[in-house]
Design a protein around this ligand. Structure first.
Ligand SMILES: CC(C)(COP(=O)(O)OP(=O)(O)OC[C@H]1O[C@@H](n2cnc3c(N)ncnc32)[C@H](O)[C@@H]1OP(=O)(O)O)[C@@H](O)C(=O)NCCC(=O)NCCS
Length: 153
């Protein structure tokens, strides 16, 4: 994901592999309890991973950041990302938060279409991608209830 499609993500593979196993084990343990972190994996009938997404309460308990959205190239166009976003929105309301926000690169047209379809709108904030790369990332947000309502139609 990070290595093969680095252009879409702010996090860099080179940095991620530097983290000790304990860092990732702690992340997963926290996601298992569902307190401030969540990880959703879409799997095929045979257990093959089709896609992942994370949810992360970072600053305000009212806001969940949607992170690490990725669908395997061979599984795209089948509604996997749509299902994963729905899970993050459901987790957001279940934990008592209200808003889902995320960063998306301005040039990432498929992801921007995905989020627009899910009801996300630009907050107006944007920041350089960083890491020596050109371009900007935008902040999008949506009330979790609106996302769920849009998907339940
Ligand atoms: C963006 C990404 C997550 C979409 O995953 P997906 O499972 O193919 O998306 P879905 O099939 O659930 O599509 C849902 C909606 O997104 C939009 N969409 C998805 N891919 C699109 C594309 N290539 N072009 C235009 N719109 C697209 C469509 O509006 C679609 O709704 P529709 O079926 O009603 O037309 C996937 O292409 C991916 O992993 N890309 C690389 C990583 C990435 O960019 N992650 C996001 C970082 S912010």
């Amino acid at each position: 994901m990070l290595r093969d499609e680095a252009a879409f993500f702010s996090s860099r593979y080179e940095d991620a592999v530097q983290e000790p196993d304990a860092y990732w084990q702690r992340w997963i343990a926290e996601a298992e309890t569902g307190g401030t972190k969540a990880l959703f994996v879409a799997v095929d009938d045979d257990g093959t991973w089709l896609g992942v997404v994370g949810g992360f309460v970072r600053v305000s308990p009212r806001e969940v950041q949607l992170i690490s959205m990725w669908v395997a190239p061979e599984a795209r166009g089948r509604g996997v990302a749509r299902a994963l976003i729905r899970e993050v929105a459901a987790w957001t309301t279940a934990r008592g938060s209200e808003t889902v926000f995320l960063f998306v690169q301005e040039a990432n047209a498929p992801a921007r279409a995905l989020y627009a379809r899910a009801g996300f709108t630009p907050t107006g904030d944007r920041a350089p991608i960083g890491g020596g790369r050109l371009g900007f990332k935008l902040v999008l947000s949506a009330p979790a209830r609106h996302v769920l309502a849009a998907y339940d139609k």
